[in-house]
Ligand binder design. Structure first.
Ligand SMILES: NC(=O)c1ccc[n+]([C@@H]2O[C@H](COP(=O)([O-])OP(=O)(O)OC[C@H]3O[C@@H](n4cnc5c(N)ncnc54)[C@H](OP(=O)(O)O)[C@@H]3O)[C@@H](O)[C@H]2O)c1
Length: 232
């Protein structure tokens, strides 16, 4: 569906570690990608870097608002401290679009401790800020950028939550296009679990001297044939 519709995906914070990894994977999968940044020149530099792949790619770059205006799907991958400010910048251009929030509400220096914002999670805060203007999904919080920027197998699943099952279906397609295994994890209220798991994984990495702790959903025999219709 994503390729058929020729949708454009804006990756805000795509100049950074996680966003660059996602943008690069989607561009390699044939999707139309624009990098968003607070600084258009920085976005263009990152696009040029990604485009140097073999075979060459055609990612573009612009400031966050213009990148949002050109896209149907907007992926938000910025530090939590920049989350509200970035959403305020793009709010006027989000009508009828889908936001995929990657943000984890980490509060340094205690990043191994779950510290959800008053809204309940970063994704729920995004819904408060954007109101009904956009559909919102939440995904990728448990995937390290080192995995995304590498070519090896990624031993971690992606939990996808969202404001409707249609929105989650679009985000699950993005997960698959990035070469990852995604799960419909329910309504956006459940995003606090995926966001919180990141602190748990960082803690496990510290305790056990690892860098790539991840999660796998087990016990589901027939993933491609969900047996129960859900309403939202
Ligand atoms: N890194 C990981 O492995 C990982 C894994 C899972 C989830 N996440 C989550 O994904 C999000 C992005 O993580 P990241 O590691 O990619 O972050 P990052 O590299 O530190 O920053 C990403 C981009 O955010 C933009 N940004 C906007 N306002 C900012 C501000 N006030 N301070 C700093 N940067 C600002 C910057 O782009 P411009 O300067 O170009 O605007 C920067 O390149 C975070 O919420 C993180 O928790 C990260």
């Amino acid at each position: 569906m994503l390729t058929d519709k020729q949708w454009t995906i804006a990756v805000l914070g795509g100049t950074g570690k996680e966003g660059k990894g996602l943008a690069s994977r989607w561009a390699k999968a044939g999707l139309s990608v624009v990098i968003g940044s607070r600084n258009a020149d920085r976005a263009k530099e990152t696009a040029t870097e990604i485009n140097a792949a073999k075979p060459p790619l055609s990612v573009t770059g612009d400031n966050n608002l213009k990148a949002t205006q050109t896209a149907e799907i907007v992926v938000l991958s910025v530090p939590y401290s920049a989350h509200r400010e970035t959403l305020d910048t793009i709010k006027s251009a989000m009508q009828g679009k889908i936001l995929v929030d990657v943000t984890v509400p980490l509060v340094p220096p205690k990043v191994t401790k779950v510290q959800m914002p008053p809204a309940g999670s970063a994704a729920l805060e995004a819904r408060e800020i954007l109101g009904d203007a956009a559909e919102i999904a939440s995904a990728f919080q448990n995937i390290s950028y080192e995995h995304l920027q590498g070519n090896g197998e990624i031993g971690c699943d992606v939990l996808v939550t969202g404001t409707s099952k249609e929105t989650r279906a679009v985000a699950l397609e993005l997960v698959a296009k990035a070469g990852l295994n995604g799960w419909d994890a329910g309504p956006l209220e459940n995003s606090m679990v995926a966001e919180g798991l990141t602190s748990v994984l960082i803690h496990i990495n510290k305790v056990y001297g690892s860098t790539h702790a991840g999660i796998r959903i087990t016990g589901v025999a027939n993933k491609n044939k969900p047996s129960q219709e859900i309403s939202n």
